[in-house]
Ligand binder design. Sequence first.
Ligand code: SF4
Ligand code: SF4
Length: 374
Amino acid sequence: MLNTKFPGIARESTALGFGCMRLPILPDGKINEPEAIAMIRHAIDSGVKYVDTAYPYHGGQSEVVLGKALKDGYRDKVILTSKLPCWAVQSHEDMMRLLDEQLERLQEDHLDFYLLHALDIDRYHKMQALDFKAFYQDALAQGKIRYTGFSFHDEKAAFLEILEDYPWQMCQVQMNILDENNQATIEGIRRAGEKGIGVVIMEPLRGGLLADPPKEVREKYAAFPVQRSPIEWAFRYLYTMPEIVTILSGMSNMEQVEDNLRIFAKASRESLSAEEKQLYAQIRETYLQRMKTRCTGCEYCQPCPRGVAIPRIFQGYDRSLLRENGSFKEGYEKIVASEADASRCVRCGKCEKTCPQHLPIIRFLQEIRAAVTA
Ligand code: SF4
Ligand code: SF4
């Protein structure tokens, strides 16, 4: 297991972190507790030193199940992170109330990292106005949290503004082969590194897109002198970056745990070769050329006042374009059935004002609707 370190923090972490947002579920939608606990403990027994959860994951049950998994001595073996649901904070007092509620769910007396969850610039300004800094000071002084940080979904300028405003110890951002110039961007990650702020990565497989590549990408991987699975290529792109401390993988079954453990057991910090960098550029180009919308799934455009599931439609359509003979017809019919399809759009323009990718959402919605209902 590749061990890593957060700058300025004595505790050791690992390049692989266990993300508890996609734990195994039962047919009734509840977490399969015995399976989830076995997976988390197996990962920790195999050397994983970082576990991540958040208030809303699995409707609040992720924190409860993780708390059970960390009993019997497992808590002491990991850095434990959870996140303050900033959208639920209406007053200064709400912050400590929510933290206490989360500690109770986890049955813990303290967290290691406590992040402001899913910041965009408007949410950050709200948290500034509610004086999150004084809250952090109190929570740190009371020993309820050890370190501060934030998770982020917005543009680079917003990321840099937040980064410079507080002595954060960590930031959690979306990064993968396709997102070099999206959201925080590689440049933003480099800046965090310069400031001595450890970077934790989410969406390393871009919602699974990189785990199941189109034929041309598979052929490019197969032609490379060193053979790796698409998942290993996706992780390698990240664990070789010196600023990245931990990469979160939302594991859903024991097979995925084993596969990730195998990949990270032989991972190293050695830099990418020129040939590997060239390969990643080709892979990125191939994906992006095939995709119509290139929606990153950040959900900034949500909620739509008419309930249009924009990211679901865009990502579903892009995925279908990446598959051989792929069709989005069936997926789109499900969206129609849940009354979230493009026909409900009244062209109010709200979504386009908030999309950090500046996508022509209204036009794309109509074009996708025409293509899949033709
Ligand atoms: S333009 Fe259409 S999709 Fe966008 S927010 Fe308005 S109704 Fe929703
Ligand atoms: S359409 Fe834009 S705002 Fe909405 S999820 Fe996609 S990238 Fe994000």
